[in-house]
Design a binder for this molecule. Structure first.
Ligand code: NAD
Ligand code: TYD
Length: 346
């Protein structure tokens, strides 16, 4: 019998890449996408698979909207990407992060509890673990493992950690077959141009300054989005129910390194770099230990940064109209987040 997979938040960056992945790898699955189409959601991202999916516009914070999708399609697999995802927006206005990320997740769990589902997978983030500090500079760097205590620092991370705890509680209390993945920073096509890489590409292509927060030495572990999608697929189909899986590729770079790579590849001058007032509660370093993914599920990243950052840059250069249309939807936020930041020297 054919399986139905409900991909929630499937019109965003990672969600749309995952829809493409499932459509190509599981041609027999019925794919239902539920997405509210917020500023970050975009039906254009699903253009190539539009004949292979059923799209439903709906808000997961609205229990009626969630219930009606579950009643109509009775999905066996549910993967939840839907979230407010930008740390800076969570600093400007945290309320919606509670509604979408926490209440929305709990609504999905509640709908699952009333059905016979096979598996619910919550897509989470390394940010729930907090900050590793400057250990990268030492000889023996530290990494987040699945046993690292949750210690979120910004409202976005707090909302994701809260959602994870609800997911865990539905496993412990109701034996709901859940899984949680926590991934590092992704890059690749369809990422909304407010996150570091597409935002800086968008600005550099227009010869505008690149506002690096603080001293630019904050470290992120960058993974190509297709690697993330393959890891989620592996956990969804083969992971152990009730468990957490950390996903990362040991590809740590400072924000300054990333910025210089982008400028060099675009042939733009380093003089575009501007240091600005730091982000509040700016975590210094995130880095995952992905040993469990490798040893228990045989997953390893397949897309090396050196090649796939080039592919990513080419994609954004070829999709400048897509970028412009996205960027127009967040002019107000850009004013709120950037206009007041003073320049600094480092
Ligand atoms: P995104 O912001 O690009 O997309 C989010 C999607 O969720 C959009 O399509 C949006 O319309 C939808 N959405 C938002 N609120 C909704 C609501 N109330 N109801 C229904 N749909 C709603 O996000 P992304 O970068 O693709 O991230 C997807 C998931 O992966 C998130 O849960 C995020 O926390 C997690 N994650 C992201 C990264 C990263 O580097 N981007 C890394 C680790 C984990
Ligand atoms: P971001 O892409 O927002 O992801 P996250 O905060 O989830 O890691 O930011 C990545 C890093 O880049 C983070 O350390 C903040 C920094 N950053 C800047 O320095 N300037 C910017 O304009 C943006 C958007 C991010």
């Amino acid at each position: 019998m054919s399986q139905t997979i409900l991909i929630v938040g499937g019109a965003g960056f990672i969600g749309s890449n995952f829809v493409h992945h499932i459509a190509s790898q599981y041609p027999n699955y019925k794919i239902v996408v539920l997405d509210a189409l917020t500023y970050a959601g975009n039906l254009e991202n699903l253009e190539f698979v539009k004949d292979k999916i059923i799209f439903i516009k709906g808000n997961i914070a609205d229990m009626n909207a969630v219930s009606s999708v579950f009643q109509e399609y009775s999905p066996q697999y549910i993967v939840n990407f839907a979230a407010e995802t930008h740390v800076d927006r969570s600093i400007v206005g945290p309320q919606i992060f509670l509604e979408t990320n926490v209440k929305g997740t709990q609504n999905l769990l509640e709908a699952c509890r009333k059905m016979e589902i096979k598996r619910y997978l919550q897509v989470s983030t390394d940010e729930v673990y907090g900050d590793l500090g400057d250990h990268f500079l030492n000889d023996a760097p530290q990494y987040f493992t699945e046993n690292t205590p949750l210690s979120p620092n910004c409202p976005y991370a707090a909302s994701k950690a809260s959602a994870d705890l609800f997911v865990r509680s539905y496993f412990e209390t109701y034996s709901l077959p859940v899984l949680i993945t926590r991934c590092t920073n992704n890059y690749g096509p369809y990422q909304y141009p407010e996150k570091l890489i597409p935002f800086f590409l968008f600005r550099a292509m227009q010869n505008q300054s690149l506002p690096i927060y603080g001293d630019g030495k904050n470290v992120r572990d960058w993974l190509y989005v297709k690697d993330h999608c393959e890891a989620i697929d592996r956990v969804l189909h083969h992971g152990k129910i009730g468990e957490v899986y950390n996903i990362g590729g040991h590809n740590e770079k400072t924000n300054l390194q990333i910025t210089e790579i982008l400028l060099e590849k675009l042939g733009k001058p380093k003089s575009l770099i501007t240091f600005v007032e730091d982000r509040l509660a700016h975590d210094r370093r995130y880095a995952m230990d992905p040993t469990k993914m490798r040893e228990q599920l045989g997953w390893e990243p397949r897309y090396p940064f050196e090649k796939w950052i080039d592919e990513t840059i080419s994609w954004y250069m070829e999709h400048q109209e897509w970028v412009d249309r996205c960027a127009k939807r967040s002019e107000e936020f850009r004013k709120q987040n950037y206009d007041q930041r003073k320049e600094e020297t480092h």
